[in-house]
Design a protein. Structure first.
Length: 443
């Protein structure tokens, strides 16, 4: 009789879990959460090694790099949390007499790290709860996603969600919706209009014949999240992940949510003009603070897009990295299955530096610029154009978040390359040297 009762209870629990697919599952036994240690040795680092990391970044600050915030986690412990330099150095082209120092709670524009910590975690959750499958066709969620009769390259009816995630769906790197001269018939500075235009973007190459990193892929993935959940992307991720994790400093459009400019790192000095070199309708000219820098996100998507728009702090980001290192759990919550997470972070069969959205280290030194030369082959993470990088290395139970405002510097030569800023040319702006030094600091 006891055995029968136990079996019945187990069956009832299994059925209960099956009928709560859209909710974050509450766990009865809490897995280890992040804890700060007094000494870095407790987390497997040497003080001397981490002092070298400090010296690298401090040297850059002394020589003109604006600011950076760093957090390192290992073995579920916060080994280091530091800030260097300033969150604002310029007002327009003029240097401030008293640059504004970074604070612990300073928010940064994550740029393309939005792809991972908003869109990807949403998709990992939706796959785990059975609401979508990686092998589903994009057209199953966006019926208007189809080839035009006169399209030079066709194949939209074959494109799967996983093709978008692996940046091999066939799309160009970008469509500059916000600029009528560049976008042509795809010009839009209205979110609803942009959402109508996105499925019409033509293919640049045949699906699955190349890997081309594309913002269009993630704009479409953001649309899929919204269509499946019935909620705007920002609302869904804030309710599903950030609020349960108590990440009060992770959000889209922070100025609309009560955050003050004094608590946010500045990005470009003269709006999106590249120091006055570029112009298009409604372009910003003031120093950007608290508004997403990315032009497609800001002008064409109201700051809420699958590829860019998220702001956060190093402390909040460390928790999101730990969720990945935990296999989808944190505290009392399970956000996605470890098996699904492993599938998202596994190497593409055609390019080992690509996972499903995540960039991977792989072998052969191809990604040393981001991961350094000491990361394991299974390390993964992402970068953001404004100056952000995240590294997750399960082989060492290690997470690194380096947030900078490297674009808050002069454009080097706008006529030759309007996207190259002085901040890009420092070790801190290159990422790899700092990441390398962190690995070298491990005991």
């Amino acid at each position: 009789m006891l055995r029968t009762g136990l079996q019945t209870a187990v069956l009832a629990l299994m059925l209960l879990l099956l009928f709560v697919p859209t909710e974050v599952v509450a766990m009865s036994n809490e897995p280890t959460i992040l804890k700060k240690v007094k000494n870095p040795e407790e987390a497997g680092f040497t003080k001397a090694g981490l002092a070298k990391v400090d010296k690298l970044i401090e040297n850059d600050i002394e020589n003109g790099f604006p600011g950076a915030s760093l957090i390192i986690i290992k073995d579920r412990k916060i080994a280091k949390e530091s800030r260097y330099g300033y969150q604002q150095v310029y007002d327009g082209l003029e240097k401030l007499k008293h640059p504004k120092k970074l604070k612990k709670e300073t928010l940064y524009d994550l740029a393309s790290n939005t792809k991972m910590y908003a869109t990807n975690i949403a998709l990992q959750h939706l796959v785990s709860t059975g609401q979508i499958a990686l092998t589903d066709k994009v057209s199953a969620y966006i019926p208007e996603f189809k080839d035009k009769a006169d399209a030079d390259i066709k194949g939209k009816d074959t494109i799967l969600i996983q093709d978008l995630l692996q940046h091999q769906a066939g799309f160009p790197a970008s469509i500059e919706f916000h600029d009528p001269n560049a976008a042509g018939v795809f010009y839009s500075q209205d979110r609803d209009r942009t959402l109508e235009l996105l499925p019409q973007v033509p293919l640049e190459y045949e699906p699955r014949t190349n890997h081309l990193y594309s913002d269009i892929d993630y704009m479409l993935l953001g649309v899929i999240v919204e269509r499946v959940t019935g909620k705007q992307l920002d609302t869904f991720v804030e309710e599903t992940f950030y609020k349960p994790l108590h990440l009060s400093n992770t959000m889209f459009n922070p100025l609309d949510k009560g955050v003050k400019k004094k608590d946010i790192a500045a990005t470009e000095r003269l709006g999106n003009t590249r120091d006055g070199y570029i112009s298009f309708p409604h372009i910003r000219h003031e120093t950007i603070i608290g508004e997403v820098h990315d032009e497609k996100s800001y002008y064409a998507m109201n700051g809420i897009a699958g590829h860019a728009g998220l702001f956060s702090t190093t402390a909040d980001m460390a928790v999101l990295l730990q969720v990945m290192l935990n296999g989808g759990d944190y505290g009392a919550h399970r956000f996605f299955d470890e098996a699904v997470m492993d599938e998202f972070t596994a190497a593409s069969p055609t390019n080992e530096t690509y996972g499903l959205g995540w960039r991977r280290n792989g072998s052969g030194g191809k990604m040393d610029w981001m991961f350094g030369s000491l990361a394991s082959e299974t390390a993964y993470g992402h970068t953001g154009w404004t100056g952000t990088v995240t590294i997750i290395d399960p082989a060492y139970d290690l997470g690194i978040v380096l947030l900078t405002n490297k674009k808050h510097t002069p454009v080097v030569n706008p006529e030759q390359n309007s996207n190259l800023f002085a901040g890009d040319e420092y070790a801190t702006g290159d990422y790899g040297p700092i990441v390398q030094a962190i690995y070298e600091a491990m005991r």
